[in-house]
Design a protein around this ligand. Structure first.
Ligand SMILES: [Fe+2]
Length: 246
């Protein structure tokens, strides 16, 4: 089975459409590690699409605050404004869909999906030290996660934790072999708001038959997504950051 793994789409339908065009023919099922909404100007388009196409979605922190599951805490001013805007924009059906999304980790076909860390859905896994703290809570040898918007992740082999590199700038894809001697925390990267200084949209494909994860980066119409954010009178920094990938 080939799984298309998406994460952190954040209301960016233009990025999502570019990913789906690039991924065409490469997957059998679609999974999502959360944060469908927040920041971007088209939350309903993204949620409608996920409801129709994604087999398993777990909730992200933005899905929780937009649907009233959780209050905003430690959110920066732009995130607060975008959450308030998103709450108003979402249809009642889409609010309800987000409200009942399951908390990660959720197991699928022998591997898992988490939003943040396997032990805390809101925890950021950024460094090897963060990853080292997460190993014991991994429900399966391979866990996909999001939340940081940083493509790559970590593997542990013989008690040593190492980073997995993202796709280098200028390249379209990079592969990682899933071996039995290691455990993997894999971040497909963010579809709608990358923060690893590469503004291209990010995703991954996991082939359980080939035991291989392939990371991808694709160009999308960033100016179009920026204009939608500005026309919606969302905070300008949310548009500007898309161009630099941070
Ligand atoms: Fe996110």
């Amino acid at each position: 089975m080939r799984y298309l793994i998406l994460s952190d789409i954040h209301g960016n339908i233009d990025a999502l459409e570019a990913v789906m065009a690039d991924a065409e023919g490469k997957y059998d099922k679609i999974l999502c590690c959360g944060d469908l909404v927040g920041y971007g100007a088209e939350p309903n388009a993204v949620v409608d699409w996920c409801r129709a196409n994604v087999s398993v979605v777990i909730r992200g922190n933005h899905d929780k605050v937009a649907s009233g599951v959780e209050k905003m805490e430690d959110y920066n001013p732009a995130a607060v404004l975008s959450t308030m805007w998103t709450r108003k924009a979402l249809t009642p059906e889409n609010v309800e869909y987000l409200r009942v999304l399951p908390k990660g980790p959720v197991e699928v076909d022998g591997f898992s999906l988490a939003h943040g860390s396997p032990f805390d859905e809101d925890e950021y896994l950024v460094t090897v030290y963060d990853a080292a703290n997460a190993w014991e809570s991994m429900p399966t040898p391979v866990t996909f996660f999001g939340h940081t918007h940083l493509q790559g992740g970590f593997f542990i082999r013989r008690a040593s934790v190492r980073e997995i590199d993202k796709v280098p700038p200028g390249n379209h894809e990079a592969t990682v072999v899933i071996d039995d001697d290691s455990r993997f925390l894999i971040n497909p990267g963010s579809v709608g708001q990358p923060r690893d200084r590469d503004p291209r949209s990010a995703y991954a494909i996991y082939s359980t038959d080939d035991r291989m994860v392939t990371y991808y980066r694709v160009h999308y119409d960033i100016v179009k997504a920026q204009n939608k954010i500005l026309n919606a009178q969302l905070p300008e920094p949310l548009a500007l950051r898309l161009a630099v990938g941070c």
